[in-house]
Design a protein around this ligand. Structure first.
Ligand SMILES: Nc1ncnc2c1ncn2[C@@H]1O[C@H](COP(=O)(O)OP(=O)(O)OP(=O)(O)O)[C@@H](O)[C@H]1O
Length: 311
């Protein structure tokens, strides 16, 4: 989704120095982040980094140790009208395991003060949900589908989704992404955690990366791509002296000899192109940075105190 498609610049979610500790165990530390209305934010990070903790704080299920959460300007723990505007998909659907999908949907719809039956029917059909078996007897994917119905059925203004596509087969994943796009088209905001980098690439506008409880990067996908190194390969018609090229700022040699260079280039390519052109280039390729490689660099285990701040 393009940033230009956003509907307004009001803030949907504002986290301010948000900290949660579980006794002496860290949850998250001083996380500050804003999500604008109409935006899709992907929340990424290794296992145990603090994604679910942040998400449960956003929906008002956890009490912060310090700091604040605002959703559409209110604290979701104290404002039921704001909680009603949220559609939440937990990491594990642990609610009433002995009820069937249909019973659970009916009960939650009642708690929300009623939901349009037609909307529920549409979701059931699109997600192909088994409604008559107890939740506890459903496979992970089928449980996830019931969870998605609960999150989407009241057409919430904010969707908070904890690993929404885990367990979904590729067709259902596509259907899920369609549902997200439709809600965003109608002005909704989405805050989702995911380990599926392709999904992130397809769905989100901006990513926030959390590691060991701390936010280590927040950026748009476009900006991340621009900042990431590209692989450039140059073949010369005649042997050359590459010393000057290799000394250019942002250029790192992966492999270099008199006729061929394999370079990792960070930043604009203009200076490099100007430098190689007079030497007689036989062939040149520049590959865009893969999003996968960019994300991996955030996930890699960097010793404490040496974390990269990407913003
Ligand atoms: N109820 C709890 N009691 C004690 N510690 C907790 C509790 N919930 C979370 N934690 C701790 O908080 C940290 C963050 O956990 P969290 O579940 O938020 O990570 P996550 O990024 O969602 O991980 P994953 O990708 O594995 O789902 C972990 O160290 C975890 O052990």
């Amino acid at each position: 989704m393009e940033a230009g498609q956003r509907r307004s610049s009001t803030t949907a979610v504002a986290l301010e120095a948000l900290t949660k500790r579980f006794g002496r165990q860290r949850g998250i530390e001083r996380v500050s982040l804003e999500v604008q209305a109409g935006e899709v934010l992907g929340f990424l990070g290794p296992n145990g980094a603090g994604k679910s903790t942040t998400i449960r704080l956003v929906v008002g299920l956890l009490l912060p140790t310090s700091g604040s959460v605002r959703v559409f300007g209110s604290d979701p723990r104290h404002d039921v009208s704001v909680r009603r505007r949220i559609g939440y998909l937990p990491g594990e659907l642990a609610l009433y395991p002995s009820l069937s999908g249909a019973e659970l949907i009916g009960r939650v719809a009642l708690m929300r003060g009623g939901v349009e039956p037609r909307r529920v029917d549409q979701l059931v059909e699109r997600l192909r949900v088994e409604l008559d078996r107890p939740i506890r007897a459903l496979s992970k994917g089928n449980r996830q589908k019931v969870g998605l119905i609960l999150a989407f059925m009241h057409q919430p203004d904010l969707l908070v989704l904890d690993e929404p596509s885990s367990g979904l087969d590729p067709l259902l994943q596509e259907e899920f992404e369609g549902l997200v796009r439709e809600r965003v088209r109608d002005g909704a905001t989405v805050f989702l955690s995911s380990h599926d980098l392709d999904e992130v690439d397809r769905v989100v506008d901006r990513v926030a990366i959390i590691r060991r409880g701390r936010l280590v990067g927040v950026d748009t996908l476009d900006q991340l791509r621009q900042r990431a190194p590209r692989l450039v390969e140059v073949r010369f018609a005649e042997p050359v002296d590459p010393t000057r090229i290799l000394a250019l700022p942002g250029v790192r040699a992966l492999d270099a000899n008199a006729t061929e260079l394999r370079l990792e280039v960070t930043g604009p390519l203009g200076e490099l192109l100007q430098a190689v052109q007079p030497l007689g280039v036989a062939d040149l390729t520049a590959r865009p940075a893969s999003l996968d490689a960019i994300f991996r660099s955030f996930y890699e285990d960097i010793p404490r105190g040496e974390e990269i701040h990407a913003y």
